[in-house]
Write a protein that binds this ligand. Structure first.
Ligand SMILES: Cc1cc2nc3c(=O)[nH]c(=O)nc-3n(C[C@H](O)[C@H](O)[C@H](O)COP(=O)(O)OP(=O)(O)OC[C@H]3O[C@@H](n4cnc5c(N)ncnc54)[C@H](O)[C@@H]3O)c2cc1C
Length: 445
């Protein structure tokens, strides 16, 4: 089922006399549980037209490097194979995504359908295309379990304010998405880039090669395999083990979700079927926390800037900006994991080497950067640079919510202390109480 609230016409009107319906793929690079794709299939069937898809690959996407591009290309390889199996050819073209979509639409689209990403750049691309197109243009929300404006019409303060709104609605939206067969097909659609060898292709792209690919493989097929493995092995103990970096008991699905290789609906449906405290805890992260991040990016245009943090947090941090710091490190020292703190260095190395820092260490890692930089604005800049450069799931709404949380976003004031003011503080004692932090440090030494 596709709820009407997922579907928003950006340019209305009757379909043009065209040769095909065009799916402009951006945020949802998969075939399973992709509402934009299923909506496009239904439109094509109604019009008796084939459906074709296009993806614009831009080597100058902000902050993206070879690590990110290889993962993206692995996703496009699977997407092409899985769309082809459904009779939908995918054209992958180098260039600015909305310009590529316009070029493809001008080749004979009756109607253009796209998915929805929540970052400013993705919104700007859709706005640009909307102003250029002469045919109807529809966006269909597929990345959120519940469409963002349906959950809330305003910027939410914290998980506690959005949670009841999500809980009121989520059962209505946790419904399987039926796949319809495409009736008319075409072979007449330029393939563009060959993505059969993502590892080879990424080497030829004019992107930042300073960060090597991470240890996880991207793409819809790998994502679905990981879901199966997680559900059968880790879900039952997720609530008790997810915060122990030594056992890796969390889902490790965030990068698949970030690139749209996996739908949160797919995961939530199987988790609900299994039930239990593990499933409840997962749904809290996957729906409540994740949709809180989307809410942030939708209603706060400064979501990726220090100035976008809540006023109380900036005020208290700035009151303590002159407090003495025990240690100060440069970007190069952070980058090379050269601090005096073995736990922090281990977390940094885990991120640099693999592309994934454990969830629990991300909090500690961020809080220490606040302590070891001259002021909160500098702390924000260093965290953002490191997180988005090395995390495979970086540059995501969750990145901005997570980094903001370190500086008080979505949290409340705590007891005042040096450097942090009333923003929550964290120390190594907290790590040691939760898990064997020395074993973690030794593992990543
Ligand atoms: C400083 C800091 C930086 C972070 N940077 C990122 C980032 O760049 N990209 C990113 O995706 N997440 C980020 N997070 C949030 C969280 O740490 C990761 O989503 C999580 O570690 C991913 O691992 P997992 O898939 O095994 O999570 P699981 O625990 O298995 O959770 C399942 C899914 O729920 C969502 N989720 C989990 N925790 C959170 C959270 N706190 N907020 C929002 N959604 C959540 C993710 O989509 C995740 O894949 C950051 C958190 C902090 C404190």
């Amino acid at each position: 089922m596709i709820h009407d609230s997922r579907i928003q016409p950006l340019r209305s009107g009757p379909p043009a006399k065209g040769k095909f319906v065009l799916l402009w793929v951006q945020a949802s690079a998969r075939t399973r549980d992709n509402h934009a794709l299923e909506y496009a299939v239904r439109q094509a069937n109604e019009l008796g037209l084939p459906l074709v898809a296009v993806f614009g690959l831009t080597p100058d996407y902000p902050e993206a490097n070879a690590r990110h591009f290889q993962y993206l290309l692995e996703g496009l390889r699977d997407l092409r194979a899985n769309l082809t199996a459904r009779g939908i050819p995918l054209s992958i073209r180098l260039g600015k995504p909305p310009e590529i979509a316009l070029e493809a639409a001008r080749e004979g689209a009756a109607l253009v359908v796209t998915d929805v990403g929540y970052l400013n750049i993705q919104r700007a691309w859709r706005d640009w295309l909307k102003a250029q197109l002469e045919v109807p243009f529809v966006q269909v929300e597929s990345e959120a379990v519940i469409p963002i404006h349906t959950v809330s019409g305003k910027l939410e303060y914290a998980a506690r304010t959005i949670r009841p709104k999500v809980h009121r609605l989520w059962q209505d939206y946790l419904v399987p998405l039926e796949e319809h067969e495409l009736r008319a097909q075409t072979g007449d659609w330029e393939a563009g880039l060959d993505v059969g060898d993502p590892v080879g292709l990424v080497k030829t792209l004019p992107v930042d090669h300073g960060v090597s690919p991470g240890t996880e493989t991207g793409g819809e097929d790998a994502a679905l395999e990981r879901v199966e493995e997680f559900i059968s092995i880790d879900l039952a103990r997720y609530d008790t083990r997810r915060n122990d970096p030594n056992v890796e008991g969390s889902s490790r699905l965030s990068a698949y979700l970030h690139y749209g290789h996996l739908s949160p609906l797919t995961v939530a449906l199987v988790a609900r079927e299994h039930g239990g405290p593990g499933a409840d805890a997962l749904i809290e992260e996957l729906i409540v926390r994740r949709e809180l991040s989307f809410n942030l990016c939708t209603f706060n245009p400064l979501y990726d800037q220090y100035d976008g943090l809540p006023g109380w947090a900036r005020k208290t941090l700035e009151e303590h900006a002159g407090d003495r710091r025990e240690s100060l490190y440069t970007r190069q020292e952070f980058d090379a994991a050269q601090t005096h703190d073995a736990y922090w260095n281990a977390a940094q190395r885990q991120m640099v080497q693999t592309g994934r820092m454990h969830n629990y260490m991300r909090m500690y890692w961020g809080k220490k950067i606040v302590e070891w930089t001259p002021d909160p604005r500098a702390a924000y800049a260093e965290m953002l640079w490191l997180n988005n450069r090395y995390e495979q799931d970086g540059r995501d709404p969750n990145s901005y919510a997570g980094l903001g949380w370190v500086l008080g976003l979505h949290d409340r004031p705590w007891a005042r202390r040096p450097v942090f003011g009333m923003v929550r503080y964290m120390n190594a004692g907290g790590l040691k109480r939760k898990f064997d932090a020395d074993a973690y440090a030794a593992r990543w030494a």
